[in-house]
Design a protein around this ligand. Structure first.
Ligand code: GDP
Length: 205
């Protein structure tokens, strides 16, 4: 268990990139279609039951939510996407914010795309993958709610997703995860440690 994730604290919300905390150090962002299980994944990784709830409060759902782990490391909860009924204006604003953030944020060290294992690689996920491709950002596809499938079916789905993204450039990982069964937590911590410079190589800042 890596204690740093337990220290996650809300530090800022940004409706535009220029409202984000200073672009220094390292951060890892979490994206996901609404209801994919993103909040549950963040809460589970940080061992806090309510942490990501703030992202769902009125007025915050279209903002970037920053959680500080220490003075130089952050997790970022990106606004959920996939609501059927949002207006074109909201959709356009969301696209602008996401593209801006993924392509211009220098401290962004990796992107986690959270997907319900039963509905992976939606059109929305593909859009995230396209933005990420341009930024050649390390990527983790997190197949969550793995407890909803049997072990064999979950493995098969993981392999299927890996095949689909086999030609994506740069570091691309895929993992099974379950907030309910606490599955995959250690693997994800290990990868985030690597991206956040916590694996020993860049620890002194
Ligand atoms: P978000 O909209 O992506 O933040 O999704 P939430 O984390 O709020 O989860 C959406 C729904 O899926 C909720 O009803 C959760 O209880 C459920 N859920 C999330 N993660 C898991 C999981 O690992 N297993 C199961 N069985 N349900 C989950």
């Amino acid at each position: 268990m890596t204690p740093i994730y337990q220290r996650a604290r809300f530090c800022a919300a940004a409706a535009r990139l220029d409202q984000a905390p200073p672009d220094e150090g390292w951060e890892v962002a979490f994206a996901g279609r609404s209801n994919a299980g993103k909040s549950s994944a963040i809460n589970t990784l940080c061992r806090q039951r309510q942490l990501a709830r703030i992202s769902k409060t009125p007025g915050r759902t279209q903002q970037l939510i920053f959680f500080a782990l220490d003075d130089v490391r952050r997790l970022v909860d990106l606004p959920g996407y996939g609501y059927a009924k949002v207006s074109e204006t909201v959709k356009a604003r969301w696209q602008g914010l996401m593209a801006d953030y993924l392509q211009r944020r220098r401290s962004l060290a990796g992107l986690v795309v959270v997907m319900d294992i039963r509905h992976p690689l939606t059109a929305f996920d593909s859009r995230m993958l396209a933005w990420r491709r341009q930024a050649t950002l390390p990527l983790l596809l997190l197949l969550t709610k793995a407890d909803k499938l049997g072990r064999g079916a979950a493995r098969a789905q993981l392999e299927r997703v890996k095949n689909v993204v086999a030609d994506e450039p740069g570091q691309v990982e895929a993992e099974l995860f379950s907030a309910q069964a606490h599955q995959g937590v250690e693997s994800v911590h290990a990868l985030l440690d690597q991206w956040l410079g916590l694996d020993g190589s860049e620890d002194s800042v």
